[in-house]
Ligand binder design. Sequence first.
Ligand SMILES: Nc1ncnc2c1ncn2[C@@H]1O[C@H](COP(=O)(O)OP(=O)(O)OP(=O)(O)O)[C@@H](O)[C@H]1O
Ligand SMILES: [Mg+2]
Length: 355
Amino acid sequence: MSAITLDGLIKRYGATVAVDGLSLEVEKGEFLTLLGPSGCGKTTILQLIAGFLVPDAGQVFINGEPMAGVPPERRNIGIVFQSYALFPHMTVFENVAFGLTMRKAGREVTRHAVAEALELVRLSGLEQRFPKQLSGGQQQRVAIARAVAIRPRVLLFDEPLSNLDAKLRRQMRTELREIQRRVGITTVFVTHDQEEALTLSDRVAVMSQGRLQQVATPQEVYRRPATRFVADFLGETNALVGVVRDVDDDHLTMVVGDALLRAPAAPGLRPGARVALLVRPEHVAVRVTPTRGLNSLSGHLSQAVFQGARTAYVVRAGDAELISTADSRAGAGLGSDGVFAEWDAADSIVFALDE
Ligand SMILES: Nc1ncnc2c1ncn2[C@@H]1O[C@H](COP(=O)(O)OP(=O)(O)OP(=O)(O)O)[C@@H](O)[C@H]1O
Ligand SMILES: [Mg+2]
């Protein structure tokens, strides 16, 4: 049985359809991320799970139990928001104990649960501090400890790391993942940061306009995006527009400018179809001589942007422009004219263009 089942959820605000017929299962102990642009309905889904909002249609089940009519405080869910929402006048201990105090847990039980939760987030010893005496990262850890202390059936996170600076955010990411693995609580995590989603999750649910685009492992959504939207949203892609020339069992060839490119076949594509071929910058190499058996576009190097460990090379090939990211040490010696942007056909994905 799934820990959370969302079955045909619809939620409207006036004329806005925030969640548009969404069905999703989250397995026990799983870390699932809802990933999508601002306004696509992520927070609304968390609020439907938590019971702060009532769906217009569809149902939420937790451990198989229908949640219709069950108020938030009876759903046994731990929530961490973007703003840590700690109580400023309460100590760390009192903040973490809050949920237990509300449930009228005994003193010993509370003390034990708080100690355990603080140990989990590595804040033991700071019980008597007030939130303003803590760093942003520490405050966020208190918020996590508070959510975990009640031993919830489900943890919900709404962009909990977005207020932290880049370095701390990366550090907290790893820490959050470890904490979740140790407690093993089913987690739904919301973010619009694709890197965060890929690093943290067992599965990623990519959303657009209240609907699911794809639900799959990080590797799958990145390497095998189901839609053009998913491909564009998850990392950088090069897009080359062309026309399909031949299709065989598992490959197709397409014409882009005066080049012939190969790609894995996609269902429903016939010769003559207008298509976009997508390839990730890290799969494109820039070379001075072409390589047999690879897709190859001849052009010239129009830019080389040093990014630290990697360098982004921009190759202009006729009307097309391709970005290649390579190890900064690998690109030395490339001149500005007469280069080839190359990649393996297997690293290409082709989508039909409408119209
Ligand atoms: N209380 C409300 N009244 C009216 N419209 C709302 C309300 N809350 C959300 N919306 C609308 O519903 C849609 C989904 O909002 P939601 O907050 O779920 O998006 P989100 O994916 O969490 O976005 P963000 O990444 O910016 O937090 C948006 O179009 C938003 O404007
Ligand atoms: Mg939101």
